[in-house]
Design a protein around this ligand. Structure first.
Ligand SMILES: [Zn+2]
Length: 295
């Protein structure tokens, strides 16, 4: 009889917390930069595994990023498997989807489930990125001779029409500063400068990006083993204000920490360096939610 009562209590507890989520420091956090498998690069977890882990960590949600295939469909499938966490997808306009190809965006937004929210301009295939790495392959240009390429017009229009987030991929700071006003003029409201300090903008360029209404992404992956990079983040936040920044993990690589652990370490390090809880909250919860339109 006593056993039956105990069992009843256990069942009640299980029903009260169906998601398995706990209240933790990661509550409400949305990781805007999650890599997971399947992928053509080695990843430590699958989409569904990271959904379970993120939910258990108390996170609110995340954006699945893949460089070569859209993730709106994968986000929806992972959400069906793991209720209680919000998962978003997007498409990176690299060669695998035809480069600056508007049809890749149209198809993504039409996919059932409606989880496609982000358009990344070229990342690994970007002219700036490949040229800087000395990669002799064929790159995708967002600007030529100091002018934006005309294909960007339709891309920006689609992003505006469908209320998506325009993420600038691995473009140079100069390209970013040309694209931000043009995109805004075409009605794009949400612009993210993908790991924006990784492209080594000058301090005035950072100021111009923030003044132009873009949010600059700071990723833990590049800073976790690199004090100079982390110190650069601190300077940028102090000089330009937390409102202009977003914190994400960019984790998922085989051998690296898992995303929630990276985000916890990121928050702890910022806090130890004197960044206020309110500023961290803005950068890791409110700014990602506002970009995604889920405040
Ligand atoms: Zn990434």
């Amino acid at each position: 009889m006593r056993g039956m009562v105990a069992l009843g209590v256990l069942v009640a507890v299980a029903i009260a917390a169906p998601s398995g989520a706990q209240t933790t420091a990661l509550e409400g956090v949305i990781d805007f930069h999650v890599h997971a498998g399947p992928d053509s690069r080695p990843r430590s977890v699958s989409d569904i595994e990271i959904a379970r882990i993120a939910r258990r960590s108390g996170m609110r949600g995340f954006v699945l990023k893949n460089h070569f295939t859209q993730t709106a469909d994968r986000a929806w499938i992972a959400m069906q498997e793991v209720p209680g966490i919000e998962i978003f997808g997007g498409v990176a306009l690299n060669h695998a989807v035809g480069g600056l190809n508007p049809e890749a965006i149209r198809q993504m937004v039409d996919f059932s489930g409606g989880r496609g929210k982000v358009v990344w301009l070229p990342t690994f295939d970007a002219e700036f990125w490949m040229t800087r790495a000395g990669d002799p392959g064929e790159f995708i240009s967002v600007a030529r001779n100091g002018q934006l390429v005309p294909e960007l017009g339709e891309i920006f229009d689609l992003v505006a029409e469908h209320d998506l987030v325009l993420a600038l991929g691995h473009s140079s700071p100069e390209e970013a500063l040309m694209m931000i006003p043009e995109a805004r003029q075409r009605g794009v409201e949400q612009i993210l400068v993908t790991h924006g300090l990784g492209q080594n903008p000058s301090d005035p360029q950072v100021a111009e990006m923030v003044a132009g209404g873009a949010i600059i992404e700071l990723v833990w992956m590049s800073a976790m083993d690199n004090q100079a990079t982390f110190d650069g983040y601190l300077d940028a936040i102090r000089n330009h204000g937390a409102a202009g920044f977003l914190l994400s993990s960019d984790l998922g690589q085989a051998g690296n920490p898992l995303h929630p652990d990276g985000l916890m370490a990121f928050m702890t390090a910022l806090s130890a360096a004197g960044i206020s809880d309110e500023d961290i909250d803005l950068m890791i919860r409110r700014n990602p939610a506002s970009l995604l339109g889920v405040e």
